[in-house]
Design a protein around this ligand. Structure first.
Ligand SMILES: Cc1ncc(COP(=O)(O)O)c(C=O)c1O
Length: 378
């Protein structure tokens, strides 16, 4: 059977959303409205909110604001290459902490192990993988004890709350939002930086920080505008098994950019029309609550399960994360020490994802296939 359901490929964009996205128009007023809204939501001042060209740039800007170059930063051992790019752009060094199999996040036990290996680490990036939030109280205590600055990465968890009720994004010195493809808030590209602690408290910044003050490049803005439309055609070509003839040339001609290949910039912001769409998506959260971008299960033989799913009409190959620092294409150059993060290594070999944007009944067959192949090892 050809694919009917997709993970990625803008599968969350229904026809109505695609039209709304493609033809969105907005003035500067909307960027200001979004900044004001984010400032109110995260209880800070507008001057501490910066719209950025993507989430990784926002993360890098957060690190640059609060850390000295060369600082070691603890990150989740199960993550996206974009996070590593952010750490490197801020001239810092990543230290990976292993994850807890239940939450897909580091916990105080795995953090203790990372600190033992790197006693001079200066910060931690909290990722709240797939919207599963960490036990922030215990992590905060740990951070205080070891004098670690907390930075929150909201790419997977905008609009969520920690188990103790606090808003995700309101605890650390800074929070980085991503508005990238397939994220909780999605305008294909874009991001925002929220500085919760006034940057003048930082030892490294002498002048007020200034990020995201330049319009996006026209080519980036056009790519972001047309991606949902091109992906809708792409989903059709996937159904008839001709996707390589569609995506191949589009990627070679730079009409489509793979998310992981996006560039970092401290100066660029998203387009005003993207700010308007993100503002509207945030309103939706407030009304209906945020839901996880994906759910996950562990299976014994992932390659076999993905083939079986595809035969049943589910194209779920774009797994987060299929290697500890994803995607595979960049993994080799990362020099990840798998022995230091055995759980992340094991989970990344067995994880599959299910989208949350289809009615549950559409996924019944997929769930059955996954459950037949469940990976039971604890
Ligand atoms: C955990 C996490 N943080 C940050 C990012 C960066 O987001 P962006 O693509 O907007 O730079 C991503 C994805 O790319 C991610 O998965």
């Amino acid at each position: 059977m050809s694919s009917k359901f997709f993970l990625g490929q803008a599968g969350n964009y229904r026809a109505k959303d695609t039209i709304k996205h493609t033809f969105a128009i907005a003035s500067k007023k909307w960027s200001n409205i979004l900044r004001r809204y984010l400032a109110d939501y995260y209880e800070t001042e507008v001057k501490n909110v910066f719209l950025m060209n993507n989430g990784r740039s926002a993360l890098a800007a957060a690190l640059k604001t609060y850390l000295k170059p060369g600082s070691e930063v603890i990150i989740n051992g199960f993550t996206c290459y974009a996070v590593l790019q952010a750490v490197e752009k801020a001239n810092c060094t990543p230290v990976y902490a292993d994850i807890n199999k239940k939450t897909l996040n580091f916990d105080t036990k795995t953090l203790a192990d990372a600190i033992k290996r790197h006693p001079n680490a200066k910060a931690i990036i909290i990722q709240n993988t797939l919207g599963i939030c960490v036990d922030m109280k215990s992590i905060e205590q740990f951070a205080q004890k070891h004098q670690l600055v907390i930075i929150e990465d909201l790419a997977h968890c905008a609009g969520f709350n920690y188990p103790d009720g606090r808003k995700v994004g309101s605890v650390g010195v800074a929070a980085a939002l991503s508005f990238g493809k397939g994220k909780s808030l999605d305008s294909i590209t874009g991001g925002a930086l929220i500085l919760n602690q006034p940057p003048k408290a930082s030892k490294t910044t002498k002048t007020p920080v200034r990020f995201g003050y330049q319009a996006p490049k026209l080519s980036d803005s056009l790519r972001a505008r047309f991606y949902p439309l091109l992906a809708a055609i792409g989903r059709f070509t996937t159904k008839i098994h001709l996707q390589k003839y569609w995506y191949g040339p589009l990627i070679r001609l730079h009409f489509i950019e793979r998310a992981v290949d996006a560039k970092l910039s401290f100066s660029r912001r998203p387009a005003h029309w993207q700010a308007k769409l993100i503002y509207q998506q945030f309103q939706h959260f407030e009304e209906y609550g945020a839901k996880p971008i994906r759910t996950h299960r562990l299976v014994r033989d992932r390659a076999k399960v993905l083939d079986e799913l595809e035969k049943a009409g589910y194209n779920f190959r774009e797994v987060w994360y299929d290697v500890p620092v994803s995607p595979v294409r960049y993994y080799k150059q990362v020099n990840f020490d798998e022995r230091a993060c055995p759980v992340a290594t094991e989970v990344s070999a067995h994880i599959v994802n299910l989208p949350t944007y289809y009615p549950a009944s559409d996924l019944n067959e997929a769930v059955k296939i996954i459950e037949r192949n469940e990976y039971a090892k604890n």
